[in-house]
Design a protein. Structure first.
Length: 379
């Protein structure tokens, strides 16, 4: 369920299925309504309905309030009971601490990771006994592309910075898929990075209405979001929240809004939500099997947050798919101005993190390291 669905859920149910206005409806009928939404099975609903009615009827207004209101009157969040959103890994491949001995049949799996493993099954045989520094198994990295045969992404994630070395037999071919020109063998030289505005052509796109430039970063010495424990995820949020709130420069300073059971929808008013939603600055819970299998829903919604500058020209997502996603927004088509603002914001965050002895995960050959190999490099 998304917050957008929930906004008018009770109102819609009352007007269409509860004309008497009793606040209750047939449990069987309510189950049919919810089963149309992604991520819920009948068995899961039976667990979730405990305390909200009987086998015959359900108090749907209290149930919906429990799911989405500012605080839970039932004591826990609904998310803890949904597959892939609680403390446990999404059911499927690679849920134990070690990798299974054999891969499943991958003939109908479409992701690049699945195709690489299908093309050379010895890769899995060699890597399945290895673990990343954070303890994640190889199976954990390739779980998204195995659990979701129709995965539209790469089908694999790096659980921490070490994965690019420990499991390089998979990640180097993946990097060649998503980064054209990536050498057949990693060239042992420093990855280029230039934050000077002069590095960007002084070009204005006449027909562009908005320019958006984004970068992804993860903190050094922490597992990446697919493999974070709850305490680690919350520690990352505290560090990045402090860094973001320290930004004082005009046009960049703003407000951090945590996402949590006690602050659904980032504590935004309807008007704020509409405004930021139109700007594309709000993120919701993972919705696809690939995302859930990657671990992006674990401990939801805890340890996540949204930073938006008062100018609405800089925003940051914390613990969404990477520890930090930073975006600069420029009305019109001035690319250099958007890039310059992004670099200023990034430098301010790095400076603040440095005072705590923290830095972003970086490799001199690959650049800044990300869970999603497609985001690796300078961006």
């Amino acid at each position: 369920m998304t917050a957008a669905v929930a906004a008018n859920f009770s109102k819609t149910l009352r007007s269409t299925l509860d004309e008497a206005g009793s606040g209750q409806m047939s449990r069987a009928l309510f189950e049919e309504v919810l089963l149309e939404l992604p991520g819920l099975s009948r068995d899961e609903l039976s667990l979730l309905f405990a305390g909200f009615g009987s086998s015959e009827v359900v108090d749907y207004e209290r149930f919906v309030s429990w799911v989405f209101d500012a605080s839970s009157t039932h004591g826990v969040s609904i998310w803890a009971g949904l597959p892939g959103f609680g403390d446990e890994l999404y059911p499927g491949f690679g849920t134990s601490s070690s990798s299974p001995e054999q891969l499943p049949d991958l003939r109908n799996h479409l992701s690049p990771a699945a195709q690489i493993l299908r093309g050379d099954q010895s890769i899995y045989s060699r890597l399945r006994t290895r673990t990343a520094h954070c303890g994640a198994s190889f199976a954990r990295c390739v779980k998204p592309g195995i659990d979701d045969p129709r995965a539209t992404g790469l089908g694999a994630v790096a659980c921490d910075a070490s994965c690019y070395e420990v499991f390089k037999e998979l990640f180097e071919p993946l990097l060649r898929v998503c980064h054209p020109g990536f050498p057949q063998e990693v060239v042992r030289e420093t990855h280029p990075e230039n934050r000077s505005a002069s590095a960007v052509r002084d070009l204005t796109l006449e027909r562009a209405t908005t320019v958006r430039i984004c970068v992804s970063r993860n903190l050094q010495d922490y597992p990446f979001p697919p493999s974070c424990s709850r305490p680690q995820r919350e520690a990352v949020e505290r560090l990045l929240r402090s860094a973001l709130e320290s930004i004082q420069e005009d046009g960049l300073a703003g407000r951090y809004r945590p996402l949590g059971v006690t602050a659904p929808r980032f504590g935004l008013s309807d008007a704020e939500r509409d405004e930021l939603g139109q700007l594309g600055l709000i993120f919701g819970e993972p919705e696809t099997t690939e995302q859930l299998a990657a671990g992006l829903g674990q401990h939801w919604p805890d340890g996540r947050g949204l930073f938006v500058a008062n100018s609405r020209q800089l925003a940051a997502w914390v613990n969404h798919s990477e520890h930090l996603g930073l975006v600069s927004i420029e009305t019109g088509g001035n690319i250099r101005q958007a890039f310059e603002r992004l670099c200023k914001g990034l430098s301010a965050i790095e400076l603040a993190l440095g005072t705590s002895g923290k830095a972003f995960a970086h490799n001199k050959q690959l650049g800044f390291l990300t869970a999603n190999p497609a985001e690796l490099g300078t961006g």
